[in-house]
Design a protein around this ligand. Structure first.
Ligand code: GDP
Ligand code: MG
Length: 439
């Protein structure tokens, strides 16, 4: 991937106006980064089109290279599409503000209801009430009660034998009587959108007239999130979205997809199971998270700064022609040394940051020096034609470089793996990247 990116970038050296082909090459990498971030493919397509239109013909700022300029346009567009600024909760001019949680089963409605109640309590000294209107699983009512107890927020419930609309009616009456400033309604979900559920939710909406209908979406569902969001929004005209399970590795692409298809603001993100793990959604942070998949911009900058792109082009040519030999191997190692620690570079490649293959990688510059010593002990003919390296030649090389024969053998084996890998890579197959790293 670095190779391809470098090729893309090497063509972008000249300043002036950004051309169609400049954009095309970089956009291919951007598109991959977006798809890796789990943005829906249709959304990616439209997004890339918008950026392309804006980028082509735009002046390259003095301080930027064309590649940087394009990445910065992408960043701006991402922020714009996701709503520019954080969107606050809708509030009723007079209490209570009524919030209705909706979403598929397991999306995080109950958890988020509790998190939100706690947030309001902590930040506004609010006195929320929660209503348990999921009557399909006995455990659902208990779950909300446990959540309520843990954050010291009252829960109104009537068990599971009462019509949820009736529960909401009674709950609202109680909240009004007790002057609760927020009433959060926890509703049922299904594994898929179905008509019966939608009817029930519509009835609750009709009765409660909520100020906020928060669609809770599991960010880990990636590509699927789009259909779910569309389905709920078409039926209920939601007012905002909560993206849950954005902790850990989840890439955040769902934010872009959901916002694009529904046009509704994402208001909060859930980043863990604890009741304090709820944050306001900031479009700029999410843009960096999506784009920062492996930190695209840094990678581009680093590549531009350090990589001799003439060499890169020759190398790519050799890969295609399958004439990669030990001389190229040395060149390659020197390029890598110039760029800094290999682990750092690998981590910047989208999708590689958490790749388990990287766990075992540690290429230090001493290894590279030793490898170079071995190659320098080869004759020019051997360097160009590794197949000449029979056992007696290997022994001579070991003696000449002062390295053990096992090390020479291992190095030659690694070289062959690398040669093999490069051929696969030049055909667009990246599986088995570890081989390249000599592990
Ligand atoms: P509901 O069916 O929509 O009410 O979903 P729940 O609130 O019961 O949540 C389903 C599961 O997802 C539970 O195990 C929660 O602990 C978990 N969960 C909810 N939100 C988050 C989150 O932001 N991060 C993580 N890691 N887990 C979450
Ligand atoms: Mg629930």
């Amino acid at each position: 991937l670095t190779e391809r990116l470098q090729n893309a970038i090497s063509k972008l050296r000249k300043k002036g106006k950004i051309t169609e082909s400049d954009v095309k090459e970089v956009m291919r990498e951007i598109r991959l980064a977006l798809l890796e971030a789990d943005v829906n493919f249709k959304v990616v397509k439209d997004f890339v089109k918008t950026v392309r239109t804006r980028a082509v013909g735009s002046e390259v700022l003095e301080s930027l290279t064309p590649a940087q300029q394009i990445v910065s346009i992408v960043n701006e567009e991402l922020i714009k599409v996701m709503g520019d600024e954080a969107t606050p909760l809708n509030k009723s001019p007079k209490i209570p503000t009524i919030i209705m949680m909706v979403g598929l089963q397991g999306a995080g409605k109950t958890t988020t209801a509790g998190k939100l109640a706690l947030k309001l309590k902590n930040e506004e000294n609010a006195r929320p009430l929660m209503i348990a209107a999921d009557v399909y699983r006995p455990a659902a009512v208990d779950q909300l009660k446990v959540v309520g107890e843990s954050i010291d927020v009252p829960v109104f419930e009537m068990g599971t034998d009462v019509d949820p609309v009736e529960i909401v009616r009674r709950g609202l009456a109680l909240g009004r009587e007790k002057k609760n400033d927020y009433i959060i309604i926890d509703t049922a979900g299904r594994l898929q959108i179905d008509e019966k559920l939608m009817d029930e939710l519509k009835n609750i909406k009709e009765l409660a007239q909520p100020n906020e209908i928060l669609l809770t979406i599991d960010a880990m569902t990636g590509q699927n999130a789009v259909e779910v969001a569309q389905g709920f929004n078409d039926q209920l005209d939601v007012t905002g979205v909560v993206l849950t399970k954005l902790d850990g590795d989840t890439r955040g692409g769902a934010a872009l997809s959901v916002r694009t298809v529904t046009g509704k603001p994402i208001k909060f993100i859930g980043e863990g199971e604890k009741s304090t793990d709820l944050d306001v959604f900031y479009p700029d942070r999410m843009a960096s998270r999506i784009l920062g998949m492996g930190d695209m911009l840094t990678l581009i900058e680093k590549a531009q700064r350090d990589f001799d792109q003439q060499k890169a082009e020759e190398m790519a040519e050799k890969m295609r022609a399958n004439t990669f030999d030990f001389n190229d191997f040395i060149d390659q190692l020197e390029q890598v040394q110039k760029m800094g620690p290999l682990e750092d570079i690998m981590k910047m490649i989208p999708g590689m940051a958490n790749n388990p293959a990287l766990k075992n990688v540690n290429v230090d510059s001493k290894d590279i020096e030793r490898t170079k010593a071995v190659v320098y002990s080869m004759t020019p003919a051997e360097r160009e034609n590794p197949d000449l390296l029979n056992p007696s030649r290997r022994r001579r090389i070991a003696a000449g470089s002062g390295r053990p024969i096992q090390e020479v053998n291992r190095m030659i084996k690694q070289f062959k793996q690398m040669q093999d890998m490069m051929q696969k890579m030049s055909k667009g197959n990246f599986a088995g990247m570890e081989g390249l790293l000599g592990n």
